[in-house]
Write a protein that binds this ligand. Sequence first.
Ligand SMILES: [Zn+2]
Length: 180
Amino acid sequence: MIDDFQFCYTTSVKKETQFRHEEEKNLVVKKSRNGLGIFTRRKFLADETIFEVTGKFVTCDKDDNLDQMTRDNTYRYDEEKYISPQGRIGDFLNHSCDPNAKVVKRNKKLFIVALCPIPRGAEVVFDYSTILASDDIWKMNCNCGSTYCRKVIKKFNSLPKQLQKKYISQDMVPSYILYL
Ligand SMILES: [Zn+2]
């Protein structure tokens, strides 16, 4: 549905981006603590869907020929596939060790869902570890500014056991991440 998309160029968003009308209505991409981030234009209720993660399926194997930034922005989808937003809004979703959103897989699609009520003007953030399975070697240094900051972000099963339990109890970890 090409009509569903609008091209958006701003001084801060350098590459060509494609946002859906609903996304542009509810969200804005602007400068955050670390690069660009997604901010709300309206209040979201707990459990409300914020946006759908769309893009291309990739494997993140060497033959994908993805540059590091594209690789960094992928979302684990199942055992073999990752979703690479490639200019869509999912490229701008930042990590926080104190998240207000989570990734939920529903009807074979990935959604970003509010973990708690999110006020208008807040940055939407989720914990990257919740979509890193035991075979994901990707990691990054964190500068999210939270008092709970873990400094290094790695796969889910590297988290302290208590945090794993908390995240599982809040349905923040897609089931395929736990099985892989
Ligand atoms: Zn952090």
